[in-house]
Write a protein that binds this ligand. Sequence first.
Ligand code: AP5
Ligand code: MG
Length: 210
Amino acid sequence: MQVILVGPPGSGKGTQAKSISVKYHIPHISTGDMFRYHLKNNTPVGLEAKTFMDKGLLVPDYLTNQMVDLRLQEPDAKGGFLLDGFPRNLEQARFLDDLLKQQGRRLEHVLWIDVEDKIIIERLSGRRVCNKCGNISHIDHLQSNRCSCGGTYVTRVDDTLEVISDRLKVYHDQTEPIVAYYQAQGKVRVIDGSLAEVDVNKQIYEVLSK
Ligand code: AP5
Ligand code: MG
């Protein structure tokens, strides 16, 4: 199964991806997580990406596309994948279509998790992420900053009000147009991301189980 999750920052892509990946036995591939991993390990990719991520801008396509190309060649992605946060502009969408064509496969579902900006700002300003296992939570649901895995819940560096607003602008200007691109291919399924996590999950499973 080849699936992509499209949605504004904070729409719940990462939250939903974890359970979809387990249920359908497909790797969860988040380009944001990959860049953060590179950054943590001080690789050249991480250092280049940082200058863009800190400002809420898209990392250049040549870096992002190459990283995704390599990742999709790994054995665990041969039987399918769940892409989270890629593609994020029309160039990346065309790149992915070409890449999959060369590999003799195609995207099956584009899940568009739609959430209005007002909700996004509330979610992202309270988001906490475990620095060890990557579990995503929100300050309203945490009793302490200790995760059950032993890690610590921290705030992402790009979750400041200023950067959130820049990320939303980038989303509306550059990412939203890919919805029309995939609609023309008849692949988009709209998911109401403003509902509770379980209800968002239910909508996604309904689409994927068909
Ligand atoms: P990335 O890491 O992909 O960030 P993003 O798209 O901005 O999305 P987020 O991870 O912030 O949100 P999410 O939708 O995963 O929401 P989450 O589940 O965490 O990218 C970061 C940066 O990397 C980019 O800005 C860019 O610089 C670079 N980058 C990445 N990919 C790139 C690409 N393809 N090209 C170029 N550059 C790229 O949930 C958010 C919060 O809401 C949490 O607190 C959660 O608990 C809560 N929540 C989730 N669901 C619900 C719900 N249903 N109800 C209530 N609360 C909820
Ligand atoms: Mg995410």
